[in-house]
Design a protein around this ligand. Structure first.
Ligand code: FAD
Length: 408
């Protein structure tokens, strides 16, 4: 085996393989994935799939025949355990080694565990993969009271599905509002009110001291500030950790993500990293992080990095500069985001009621736009950000200004 070997058979790895073939790459392409499934979409796992509105067959990223038709080898249910950089070999569990000309690390991320007693009780779950979603679906059929730890995107999507089934749902969150790291106070307030109207209770500014059980099964949460929340199912959604260990052990720079340059290459020119596991310098992260690097967990980022790397590997190198964008479906509402906002960025609102956008500004430059029921704003925002079109907070606040005219 030589050619391109991809560790991780998820959204980014699949896109890289598909884009390599589209660009006419003729060498071997092999995806190594530790899950037993061909690459599939994760977003529906906390939305339509969990709600029973789509089945597993609807999750596949490509039709079954794609892999044979495009000579993309799949090694599923197989964990990559080490990289032999000198010999250019990816070592698999069991000791087999795959030789590579180029190795792509598309390892994704895993859920952050909750470091409190009782985390190992039955009935305490997290959601990352199809197996987790199946287990959760089964559990939902059998419980009455659900507690969700973490009011981030996945926690809230799950909470909305559980509440729609008529279950009692309490969300416990350390910050003072939902999605505090990612969206404005204004957008957070809208989603808080929407979830509360659907019957979800929130405990903000709250920590979990322990998960308490009876007979090995979870029965509730003990809060750090005192008091308990009864629950026969606890879903923990407190963020993820990048799967970077095999890179680090092989001597590659990796701290909260495998470090890559503007071309998505690691310190080793024969190894690149893409998707949730990669930390890179982004023009959209200026002023967001101390060193201007980010790790982005989104379908857009996984796809665009897969495409960008495939272009380089087939002789069309370009730096990765795609505009970050994201969506989250929570109950009847679709939140769409473009750009990257920092918690302190200023907010300017366009629209009102259940259809509005929050334009965020960092040092008077547009940094991000969050929209609910204003899909046109979202599309325009992507174009404004990509073209770096100047927009002042005063212009954004002017309902008479036609934003479309700025990107025409
Ligand atoms: P993944 O798709 O996670 O693929 C990585 C693969 O590598 C996994 O199969 C993993 O098991 C495997 N792997 C890890 N280590 C090894 C190893 N050592 N050997 C072999 N294989 C290994 N994004 C959005 O934009 N919008 C959404 O609404 C949205 N909703 C989401 C809902 C859920 C429940 C989840 C979990 C994610 C959601 N995301 C959403 C995020 C999005 O799915 C990810 O950003 C995207 O899947 C990242 O692609 P990836 O290829 O980097 O990682």
């Amino acid at each position: 085996m030589s050619g391109v070997v991809v560790a991780g058979a998820g959204q980014a790895g699949l896109q890289l393989a598909a884009s390599l073939r589209e660009a006419g790459y003729d060498g071997d392409v092999t995806l190594v994935g530790d899950e037993p499934f061909a690459p599939y979409q994760r977003p529906p796992l906390s939305k339509a799939y969990l709600a029973g509105k789509t089945d597993a067959a609807g999750l596949g990223l490509r039709a079954e025949g794609f892999y044979a038709d495009n000579r993309v080898g799949l090694r599923l249910g197989t964990r990559a355990t080490a990289i032999d950089r000198t010999g250019r070999r990816l070592i698999l569990e069991g000791g087999e080694a795959l030789s590579y000309e180029h190795l792509v690390l598309a390892l994704g991320a895993r859920n952050r565990p909750l470091p409190v007693p009782g985390f190992d009780l039955a009935g305490v779950r997290q959601l990352r993969g199809l197996a987790d979603a199946d287990a959760l679906k089964g559990a939902l059929a059998d419980v009455a009271a659900v507690a969700v730890v973490g009011a981030g995107f996945i926690g809230l999507e799950f909470a909305a599905v559980a509440a729609a089934r008529g279950l009692s749902v309490t969300v416990i969150e350390a910050a003072d509002r939902p999605m505090a790291r990612a969206v404005s106070a204004e957008m957070g307030a809208f989603f808080r009110a929407a979830h509360e109207a659907a019957g979800i209770r929130f405990r903000f500014g709250s920590g979990v001291a322990a998960l308490e059980g009876e007979g090995g099964r979870v029965a509730g949460l003990r809060l750090s500030e005192g008091g308990t929340v009864p629950a026969d199912l606890v879903v923990v959604g407190i963020g993820v950790l990048p799967n970077q260990e095999i890179a680090r052990e092989a001597g590659l720079a990796a701290e909260d993500g495998i470090r890559v340059d503007a071309m998505l290459a690691t310190d080793d020119p024969a190894i690149s990293a893409i998707g949730d596991c990669a930390r890179f310098h982004s023009p959209y992260a200026a002023g967001l992080t101390a060193d201007g690097t980010v790790r982005i967990e989104s379908v857009q980022n996984a796809i665009d990095q897969g495409r960008c790397l495939a272009a380089r590997l087939t002789g069309r190198p370009a730096s990765y500069e795609a505009v970050p964008w994201f969506w989250s479906d929570q109950g009847p509402y679709k939140l769409q985001m473009a750009g990257l906002a920092a918690p302190g960025d200023a907010s300017v609102i366009r629209g009102r009621g259940e259809a509005f956008s929050v334009f965020r500004f960092r040092h008077d430059r547009l940094s991000a736009v969050e929209s609910v029921n204003r899909p046109a704003d979202h599309m325009i925002a992507r174009r404004l950000l990509a073209a770096r079109t100047p927009l002042t907070p005063e212009q954004a606040a002017d309902p008479g200004l036609d934003l479309k005219a700025l990107v025409a």
